[in-house]
Design a protein around this ligand. Structure first.
Ligand code: C2O
Length: 550
């Protein structure tokens, strides 16, 4: 591969949406941010220069970062933030991956505006396992708030209540014609009849899983989280924050100059409020110029797609069950067949004491918290990876993250009476090359809810999922070890569980968290430490000299 250089200047930019101008954090003044394009095997160097007063880090979501853990980016996990006036070069090689991923800020809620596509093309001369598309189009979903980001975060953290929902969802930064004062800010996809387009869908929204559809067109899903899947047709795609999905759109032959709506809106199962509005773009057919004489007057009305209702868990379940690895000799599914370590994590909400001198919105002046195995993760003041590498864990983290919930209960039934959480910076340590099976169970504490869990540093296989309480006696017999979806973010179903397997073949400290930003902030996160292997190539190299200091 070759080396590709990018320079990302973090700076403020005035952007107007919904008739209101706001100064937002951007990369190089762009919103959404610039696209990174590389081929499998290439090395990517991104020099990030911080020109704003916020501390910043960037994360290359889904990039495996084999032996390059220092470039992963989550603040206080793999690095201290880049401070005002400072810079850091993220240096990583893309190994064994091709497809769509994305980059985003990984500190506080800054990813609300700091995000952009990562397009990884196959190696030169290597084809897609599907027909070559006429064109490729990244489509990145986001959220837009009229209020400034600080206000929203404070609402979710300081007073411990549910945050304000966004004022609009966006397609490539544009809310579209269904919002007031927004018609001119509409994403347009211009297409020709009878061609195939590859849409690279990315959900960069903060707090919402989304349904996506195009009126009168079906979509063929060919890839999820930068792994090819067995192609299947669908009218609607479900995409959680942190997920990416490539779909083929075949345009009709006989619809010259017609327009159709492209639309996305939430899939929501939680107890809290959500924004049930729809972002829309326009699919616009253009005649090839040779036949422009037939162009006149054949305008169809703008057709709207039908999307599932907001809480259609049946659709969500069926959709995720259709995702299967290609599992061919060229693109094998290397599912771990044996398991060295089994873990069972409950994921859900709970309550925590209010911060000092604050008035909180939860019952008896508590604030909302979120946990894995009842541990609400406390962000350390220094980066875990540094503490691990220099063997200075004392006072930074402890290695007693529970492998199982501390108290067994009926996870999908009546919650226990005491739902106060444990706060701590706890990690789980794995020997190099441990084969891990992890079952994640949604709890009904405060309310059942689908949680998109994201693991840094690995792809995992989704070997099973179901509703109710996971049954370790019966459920493993139904696991798919042949062609399960391989991905980096999976929706733990509302009122159910999901089982994943991965091989811990990447030394470093790897964050795992719910990709709903509000849940991450409330503590639904933890970290795995994967120890070095024996061979030099299985060891984490020392940190780069420009690694930011805390
Ligand atoms: Cu896309 Cu840790 O996140």
């Amino acid at each position: 591969g070759i080396t590709r250089h990018y320079k990302f200047n973090i700076k403020l930019q005035n952007v107007t949406r919904l008739c209101q101008t706001k100064s937002i954090l951007t990369v190089n003044g762009q919103f959404p941010g610039p696209q990174i394009i590389a081929r499998e095997g290439d090395t990517v160097l991104v020099k990030v220069v911080n020109h704003v007063t916020n501390n910043v880090t960037l994360h290359w979501h889904g990039v495996r970062q084999l032996s390059s853990g220092w470039a992963d980016g989550p603040a206080y996990i793999t690095q201290c933030p880049i401070q005002t006036g400072q810079s850091y070069v993220y240096n990583f090689t893309i190994t064994g991956q091709r497809g769509t991923l994305f980059w985003h800020a990984h500190i506080s809620w800054l990813r609300v505006t700091l995000h952009g596509p990562i397009v990884i093309l196959p190696k030169k001369g290597v084809r897609y396992p599907f027909p070559l598309p006429h064109k490729e189009v990244p489509i990145i979903f986001g959220e837009w708030w009229k209020a400034d980001t600080e206000t929203i975060i404070n609402q979710a953290l300081q007073i411990g209540g549910a945050p304000n929902v966004s004022d609009a969802f966006t397609i490539n930064g544009l809310p579209g014609p269904l919002y007031n004062c927004s018609a001119k800010d509409t994403f347009k996809l211009k297409v020709k009849p009878g061609k195939t387009y590859l849409l690279r869908l990315i959900n960069a929204a903060l707090n919402d899983e989304l349904f996506f559809s195009i009126a009168n067109h079906s979509l063929t899903v060919v890839e999820a989280d930068a792994v090819y899947v067995k192609p299947f047709k669908t009218s609607t795609v479900l995409i959680t924050p942190g997920q990416t999905t490539n779909v083929l759109l075949k345009t009709n032959h006989h619809t010259p100059n017609a327009t159709f709506l492209i639309a996305a809106r939430p899939y929501a199962t939680g107890p809290g409020a959500f924004d049930n509005t729809t972002t829309a773009g326009i699919l616009e057919y253009h005649q090839p110029s040779s036949s422009s004489n037939t162009k006149k007057n054949i305008k169809l009305a703008l057709l709207k797609p039908t999307l599932p209702v907001f809480n259609d868990t049946t659709f969500a379940t069926n959709f995720s069950k259709k995702l299967r690895s290609l599992a061919t000799s060229k693109f094998p599914a290397n599912v771990p067949k044996t398991v060295d370590k089994r873990f069972f994590f409950t994921v859900g909400l709970g309550l925590s004491p209010c911060f000092q001198n604050k008035t909180c919105q939860g019952p008896n002046n508590t604030r909302l918290a979120a946990t894995i195995n009842n541990v609400s993760f406390v962000q350390p003041n220094t980066a875990l990876l540094q503490a691990h590498f220099f063997k200075q864990s004392k006072g930074v983290y402890t290695t007693d993250f529970p492998a199982n919930p501390p108290v067994k209960f009926n996870y999908t039934g009546t919650p226990p009476t005491n739902i106060m959480v444990n706060n701590g910076t706890k990690v789980l340590v794995l020997r190099f090359n441990t084969s891990v099976e992890l079952v994640m169970q949604d709890t009904s504490i405060i309310g059942a809810e689908s949680h998109p869990l994201h693991l840094h540093g690995f792809n995992f296989f989704v070997v099973g999922q179901g509703f109710g309480n996971y049954d370790p006696k019966k459920d493993p017999a139904k696991f798919n070890l042949v062609d399960p979806a391989e991905r980096n973010t999976v929706g733990v179903p509302s009122g159910g569980w999901v089982a994943i397997r991965f091989l811990a073949d990447n030394p470093g400290v790897w964050f795992m968290h719910c990709h709903l930003e509000v849940h991450t902030s409330w503590g639904l996160k933890m970290a795995w430490i994967v120890m070095d292997g024996k061979h030099p190539s299985q060891k984490l190299p020392p940190p780069p000299p420009d690694l930011p200091k805390c």
